[in-house]
Ligand binder design. Structure first.
Ligand SMILES: Cc1cc2nc3c(=O)[nH]c(=O)nc-3n(C[C@H](O)[C@H](O)[C@H](O)COP(=O)(O)OP(=O)(O)OC[C@H]3O[C@@H](n4cnc5c(N)ncnc54)[C@H](O)[C@@H]3O)c2cc1C
Length: 449
């Protein structure tokens, strides 16, 4: 989405742009998947009412009439029971904390989302910050299981700014009047968004090369009146003459995948720049990856869009997509459930077969939540999706230093990726915002390829 948004904006400014995508389809983490009876996102996505930049882009792409909004619910599973956490009344009735602890938790969330300075929270761990705000007991009972589920091995290193960003984003989705979560999606999911995006990019003159991996990037500085040039070695691609290794030259290249992947393909002359980007944007040093088991079911499991799991079941949560999207219209009446587990991008579990992931996530997780679940009776089909580089992690820093804004333009090679988001969770509203901030700060002269 970052690369496509950048390509779209640059083409609209009059530049000639080419997009190289290693995967066989557009979209990266936002890619669509064919579940047999219907197509929906490979990973779960929702849109928040305050995602103004993303919504504006969707309107530009002509998708306004496809935007749908729904009131959704959130649940919490703890000490063997399901609890609704969808509104203030549910929160007051939540039995795992005393009234005093809940009062303190509510006050902490109110304070955090309105008054805390997120830039100061890069230097503090979530553990220290939440314990100070909510008390030790609420941290142990409520936050610690959630942090372990979401961040696995990083749970006690993650900087408090990430919790601040998550709370600010989620509580913004609760409309003031109804105090109920209000979430959105686009009819047809990201498959529809990406299909429209591809058409609009092509209409703006952008050439898109799928299945084409960049294997080497080399730069030649400007000399003797000749401009700087960046050359790309490419592998793969479709059609005659396109399948072999080849090299193309450009006067500007943007690399929008993780910085660690740039380091693998950059020539020695670019390495000092790549390493500077890692130093300036240190969230690129640690990434959360995800293994996501997706189930197509005959009937719903819960009334919630998100079920947070406060017990160690080896799952980050349970996302029941069809409690947000209209199953009759989008998923052939089936229930669509995502069971993600977030882990370190280098975790050996990424090698496990689909079948062993199914066994582990069902046996160790789902069946414990729903003892009546029958694979034979309830499951229509399943898929397993894996991504090693999902969430760049802000780990608490000894010296939190300067939190840098979007970078200045570097010629002829520039890295622009989600490690450069500030005080934010990973979402496409932030991605569009980062591209727009970068282009506002850096005017690129038109006339270049
Ligand atoms: C489980 C999950 C849930 C999410 N939920 C939401 C949500 O509810 N709302 C929301 O807004 N966002 C959500 N997101 C985030 C959203 O998907 C991301 O913000 C977005 O996809 C990030 O886009 P990106 O372009 O930065 O990175 P990516 O999608 O990772 O794109 C990078 C691209 O670079 C390509 N690439 C890498 N190396 C090379 C190479 N050498 N040559 C050529 N191509 C290469 C990759 O194939 C990939 O397509 C979610 C993501 C996940 C995984």
């Amino acid at each position: 989405m970052l690369g496509l948004t950048l390509a779209y904006r640059l083409a609209k400014q009059g530049h000639r742009v080419r997009v190289f995508e290693a995967g066989g389809a557009l979209g990266g983490l936002a890619c669509a998947h064919d579940y047999g009876e219907f197509v929906w996102d490979r990973y779960y996505h929702c849109i928040l009412p305050q995602d103004g930049k993303l919504i504006a882009l969707l309107k530009e792409l002509g998708l306004e009439q496809d935007l749908r909004w729904r009131a959704t619910g959130t649940g919490y599973y703890g000490r063997g029971k399901f609890h609704s956490m969808s509104n203030n009344r549910d929160f007051l009735a939540f039995p795992l904390l005393s009234l005093i602890d809940k009062g303190r938790l509510g006050a902490a969330i109110f304070y955090a989302t309105r008054f805390a300075d997120p830039y100061k929270l890069y230097g503090v761990t979530a553990k220290a910050w939440l314990t100070r705000l909510c008390g030790r007991k609420t941290y142990q009972v409520f936050w610690l299981p959630l942090l372990k589920a979401k961040f696995g091995p990083f749970h006690d290193q993650i900087a408090a700014v990430f919790i601040w960003a998550t709370l600010t984003r989620l509580f913004g989705a609760r409309t003031a009047g109804k105090n109920q979560e209000n979430l959105g999606y686009v009819h047809g999911g990201y498959g529809n968004i990406l299909g429209r995006f591809e058409k609009e990019l092509q209409a703006a003159g952008v050439e898109i090369l799928l299945g084409t991996a960049v294997t080497r990037i080399q730069a030649r500085a400007a000399q003797n009146g000749n401009p700087a040039v960046c050359s790309l070695a490419l592998a793969g691609g479709e059609g005659p003459g396109k399948s072999s290794e080849r090299t193309l030259e450009f006067d500007q290249v943007f690399f929008t995948a993780p910085t660690s992947l740039a380091e693998k393909v950059a020539g020695p002359e670019l390495l000092p720049y790549v390493r500077r980007m890692t130093e300036w944007y240190p969230t690129s040093r640690a990434y959360l990856g995800v293994i996501c088991l997706v189930l197509v079911l005959k009937k719903p499991l819960t009334p919630y869009y998100v079920l947070n799991i406060g017990e160690d079941l080896g799952l980050t949560g349970l996302i029941e997509m069809t409690n947000l999207i209209d199953a009759a219209e989008e998923t052939h009446g089936r229930s669509l459930v995502y069971l993600p587990r977030y882990l370190d991008s280098g975790d050996a579990k990424f090698q496990d077969s689909d079948e062993s992931i199914l066994r582990e996530f069902l046996g160790g997780g789902l069946i414990k939540l729903f003892p009546g679940f029958s694979e034979k009776e309830d499951l229509v089909s399943y898929s397993v999706h894996r991504a090693r580089f999902v969430q760049p992690l802000p780990l608490a820093r000894e010296n939190s230093g300067e939190i840098r804004p979007a970078p200045a333009l570097e010629r002829p090679f520039q890295i622009l990726n989600t490690s450069m988001l500030r005080c934010a969770t990973l979402n496409n509203n932030e991605v569009v915002g980062l591209v727009d901030e970068f282009l506002r700060k850096n005017a690129l002269a038109v006339g270049a390829d």
